[in-house]
Design a protein around this ligand. Structure first.
Ligand code: MN
Ligand code: MN
Length: 297
């Protein structure tokens, strides 16, 4: 494990996240938000670990802007901006929720409190089920519901979900935190009217290579090679392809790669009762006495 690279990526992601938190995004298009946040990561010397997610209101996760996405943020929208930086494939994954309507401050604060309480109990040897219990308890005491079927995750080089899940509720089946692994903890919180879980939506605009094999279509194979060279196995967006590919062609070839199961498409995840969802996220490495939060400065 390359601790220095995790720390470097984390510092960059944290700086960008705090600028995102402070900025007023009202009236700005989702495309401009994604492009600006991604550029902030790149100009600090990291690469992108995944397309910036700009998930609005009841969309909990996995929405990134389409090319020319003209949807703008309004003064009543709640937006989760989830960003990832990587150095040599070592990833910092962090998120912030912003909303300019004070009515939702407590929903946002509940995710932040749950994250802080979770991180405060983690050290080498702590069980993931205890973290889930802490998140659930914190969220419920504040009068909200955790999203049960979204979870944090272990990380590995060029891998965002490396096999271990950190639950946001108490759950059976558990692992113990290790000191040579990085993890992301990410409580998602909804209102008491929410179902407390997400379902898949129709929109799919985040993709990743799932396997590498020839498709008998030279152009599709060329796109596959381009994806591997530029993004490795990490997620990417159509926005990133249209820099070098004509949009219509890119969509067509991507469709072929999805059908051949070379590329996986991730659907957006929506609160099952249509209620708003907040999120907070940090990446950390457990130690004997606590954790090193990488996404801080
Ligand atoms: Mn994230
Ligand atoms: Mn994550």
């Amino acid at each position: 494990m390359q601790v220095e690279d995790y720390i470097k990526a984390g510092k960059i992601a944290a700086e960008v996240r705090e600028n995102v938190r402070k900025k007023n995004w009202i009236g700005i298009t989702l495309e401009d938000i994604c492009e600006e946040v991604e550029n902030e990561i790149l100009k600090r010397g990291a690469k992108l670990a995944f397309p910036v997610n700009t998930s609005l209101n009841e969309v909990a996760a996995h929405y990134t802007a389409e090319p020319n996405d003209q949807k703008t943020v309004t003064d009543t929208d709640l937006i989760k901006i989830d960003l990832g930086a990587q150095i040599n494939g070592y990833i910092a994954d962090t998120a912030v929720t912003v909303c300019y309507d004070p009515q939702y401050d407590s929903l946002i604060q509940a995710a932040e409190d749950a994250l802080q309480n979770a991180i405060s109990i983690i050290k080498i040897g702590v069980k993931s089920s205890d973290v889930g219990r802490t998140i659930e308890k914190t969220v419920k005491q504040l009068g909200f519901k955790p999203i049960a079927n979204l979870s944090g995750h272990s990380l590995a080089q060029y891998t965002i979900h490396a096999g271990k899940s950190i639950p946001n509720i108490w759950s059976i089946g558990s692992f113990s935190f290790k000191g040579d692994v990085a993890y992301a903890c990410e409580p998602f919180v909804t209102t008491e009217k929410g179902m407390g879980f997400v379902r898949e939506g129709k929109i799919k605009n985040i993709f990743a290579l799932g396997s590498r094999k020839r498709t008998k279509n030279d152009e599709a194979d060329k796109l596959q090679e381009y994806i591997w060279t530029n993004f490795n196995m990490l997620p990417f967006a159509l926005r990133w392809l249209v820099k070098d590919w004509e949009e219509k062609k890119a969509r067509e070839l991507l469709e072929i790669l999805i059908k051949k199961k070379v590329v996986h498409a991730y659907p957006i995840l929506v609160e099952a009762n249509g209620q708003r969802v907040s999120q907070a996220e940090h990446t950390f490495i457990p130690t004997e006495t606590g954790v090193t939060v990488t996404t801080t400065f």
